[in-house]
Design a protein around this ligand. Structure first.
Ligand code: COA
Ligand code: ZN
Length: 312
């Protein structure tokens, strides 16, 4: 399959990046960071979640955040929703898009949303109705799609089972979430090919975490399979609070850099993105895992007098 010439990158930093942080990022800081992402041309941003504030206190200010965002551009502002209650709140707040989430594995779905897989799916039928009445599109994501920290490998038939429901509910696509970074190139290839074969025409997105250092390698596999939708997080922040050893998403600046170097369009201004990542670092008060924000693009050259000459 030919690699795409253009990809759509969804910035999940404000949601996945922040959801497990114990330091409460002030609402004004969240708004500033997201508006700067919009100004950098990011086409789609998961700006927060409509979940229980007891489960994820960091995202309690979802409505206030949305109220502060610049709605004058084409950037799609998406929020994560686990159930009908979340859908009602999201529609009232006026999001551009709802992203429902559940896990492929029963054990992680129970940990994360306290529901069986079939209970989550039954709830999504209601979400589809609520969002349909409000004219808001729904995208379906699947957590632990490429490996579960409690159960191990996830059968591709299980992904097909959930994605088939998503298609029937009229969702705009399916996102495969590698919640704890268990994906490897063969795992990605198997899952993507199975869904492409069994549910042709259903758009697929990939959501990798760099837990084991091969997040961008998995993106290369996705590109080779023709996938043109990827999630990533500013500075490489991120992780699910209800999964053991969950660490950061693949880093947006690193991903955009790689795409541009490969001649693949993103529509994103990389230097503005790097500035946002530095701002996130300031807000969090610690060094982030992103690489490009430290080294800069490869052709950002240096004056020779910046470094000492080795004395022999
Ligand atoms: N938004 C806000 N509050 C919600 C809600 C939502 N989407 N869904 C349920 N609630 C509230 C209920 O109103 C109820 O409140 P009350 O006790 O004050 O009456 C309470 O939460 C319990 O409701 P219930 O339906 O029994 O939920 P639960 O306790 O079984 O928890 C979830 C289910 C889905 C709400 C909860 O597990 C959750 O929010 N998980 C999100 C996890 C997450 O975001 N993970 C990271 C993303 S991968
Ligand atoms: Zn994630």
């Amino acid at each position: 399959m030919a690699r795409p010439s253009k990809v759509e990158i969804t910035e999940v930093g404000p949601r996945d990046g922040l959801q497990a942080e114990s330091y409460f990022v002030p609402t004004a800081s969240k708004i500033r960071l997201i508006n700067d992402l919009i100004a950098a041309g990011v086409p789609r941003i998961e700006f927060s979640s409509f979940v229980s504030p007891r489960a994820v206190p960091q995202l309690v200010d979802v409505v206030e955040v949305l109220e502060g965002l610049d709605r004058s551009t084409d950037t799609v502002l998406s929020a994560l929703v686990p159930n009908a209650k979340g859908a009602i709140r999201a529609c009232q707040a006026g999001v551009d898009e709802i992203i429902v989430f559940m896990s492929a594995s029963e054990s992680h779905n129970m940990k994360n949303v306290n529901r069986t897989v079939d209970e989550s799916l039954a709830g999504f039928e209601e979400v589809a109705r609520i969002a349909g009445d409000a004219g808001i599109p729904v995208h379906g994501s699947i957590a632990t799609a490429l490996g579960c920290p409690f159960e191990g490998d996830v059968p591709v038939k299980q992904l097909e089972y959930i994605a088939r429901h998503y298609k029937e509910f009229g969702f705009t696509g399916v996102g495969l979430g590698d919640t704890t970074g268990m994906a490897t190139p063969p795992v990605v290839q198997r899952a993507v090919r199975h869904l492409q074969d069994t549910l042709p025409g259903l758009p697929i997105g990939l959501h990798f975490h760099n837990t084991r250092g091969i997040g961008l390698v998995n993106v290369m596999t996705g590109l080779d399979e023709g996938i043109d939708q990827y999630d990533s997080s500013f500075g490489g922040m991120g992780g699910c609070p209800f999964a053991p050893k969950a660490t950061g998403n693949i880093c947006t600046e690193d991903l955009v850099y790689m795409m541009h170097e490969m001649g693949i369009e993103t529509g994103i201004d990389l230097s503005k993105l790097i500035s946002v990542a530095h701002d996130v670092e300031q807000v969090m008060g610690r060094e982030l895992p992103g690489q490009l924000m430290k080294a800069g693009p490869r052709l950002q050259l240096h004056a020779m007098d910046e470094v000492a000459t080795a004395a022999g």
